[in-house]
Design a protein around this ligand. Structure first.
Ligand code: BTN
Length: 330
């Protein structure tokens, strides 16, 4: 599929684009244009054609199918696929794990409209509204030491934040380690699951759930005050395909840095969006313990450095952070 063709139709919609305009700059034949238009129609794009006027886009389904997405990912580790689009899965992380077990290499993507068993961190469920979210997992084969793995979810959140900022989204922040927030409400979550043995990390499934067009009132009552979507905060609908491509491109660049050992650049990018640092926080540890203190910084592996009231600094590799009320008064 020719990605410029879809872009031209989108920019002109609902107006017509002549087939001559679509043929440029490469000068492809009219027959080739007609074939590409049919390819788009097959995946749900409603395109009207006229022998005199050319073509116009009547309905843009914002398709996330591989035929549409893969050409946009040229030059990234995600371009060679597989790029698996499914209507319904249990969890995209599970499908991604199956690919890993079959020996599939780094860069595979599994994306679903509906997850029947979507997982969040700490054993919670993840609910994404069908058609309104991005829910996907990428398969990684990290050549880094297992002790540096904390960095992987941080780089994912950084990639999402960078992509959203470049797309013009205001107020994007990251809560350690990898929640992406706007105005203190969660917009995006990351679940990184790994297979590690004596030789190191065999593979990682990096699962990302982003609320894109979910109307505010459609969040379950218990989430309404703590979750948000791009549409609920900006009042406009966003094109999921464009965001997905932007995120995967950022992810590709951040992974390149990580696999080359350039952790500091990733951490500096993460710090640039961090809402947690310098704040009074409480951390709910995996064992149920609650630690209080000031979030001083992250260390070279992305672990959170928490200074308690006695001045002792502890490096935390996991845990659920809440900002304390004291910060709100500042
Ligand atoms: C969290 O913030 O608790 C993490 C949420 C992660 C959700 C994503 S959606 C795609 C992938 N598949 C899952 O089952 N979970 C992750």
């Amino acid at each position: 599929m020719n990605i410029q063709l879809l872009e031209k139709l989108r920019q002109a919609a609902p107006d017509w684009v002549s087939s001559e305009q679509l043929r440029q700059p490469s000068g492809v034949s009219r027959a080739a244009i007609s074939k590409q238009i049919k390819g788009l129609q097959v995946v749900g794009y409603e395109i009207e054609s006229s022998p005199r006027k050319g073509y116009r886009l009547l309905r843009d389904p914002d398709s996330l199918q591989s035929e549409v997405m893969l050409p946009f990912l040229a030059g990234t580790r995600f371009a060679k696929g597989p790029f698996v689009f499914k209507e319904v899965v249990a969890s995209t992380n599970d499908d991604c794990r199956q690919l890993a077990a079959q020996g599939v290499g780094e860069g595979a993507v599994v994306l679903a409209e509906v997850q029947e068993q979507g997982r969040g961190r700490r054993g919670r469920r993840w609910h994404g509204r069908a058609g309104d979210c991005l829910q996907f997992s990428v398969l990684l084969r990290p050549p880094i030491a297992a002790r540096d793995a904390t960095l992987i979810p941080l780089l994912a959140a950084t990639s999402v934040a960078r992509a959203l900022k470049k797309a013009g989204v205001d107020g994007v922040e990251i809560k350690w380690p990898n929640d992406v927030l706007i105005d203190g409400r969660k917009l995006c979550g990351v679940l990184c699951e790994m297979s590690v043995d004596m030789e190191g990390i065999q593979y990682a499934m990096l699962g990302i759930g982003l609320n894109v067009n979910t109307p505010g009132e459609q969040f379950p009552a218990e989430l309404r005050d703590i979750a948000c979507s791009l549409a609920s905060t900006s009042g406009i609908r966003w094109q999921r395909g464009e965001l997905l491509v932007a995120i995967l491109k950022e992810l590709d660049a951040q992974i390149d840095l990580a696999w080359r050992g350039q952790f500091q650049q990733i951490l500096d990018d993460w710090r640039a969006s961090a809402v947690t640092l310098g704040k009074n926080i409480e951390v709910l540890m995996p064992n149920g313990e609650r630690l209080k203190g000031v979030a001083e910084d992250v260390n070279d592996q992305g672990a959170l450095l928490l200074r308690d009231a006695s001045g002792k600094v502890q490096a935390l590799h996991s845990g659920e952070v809440s900002l304390m009320a004291a910060n709100a008064e500042e």
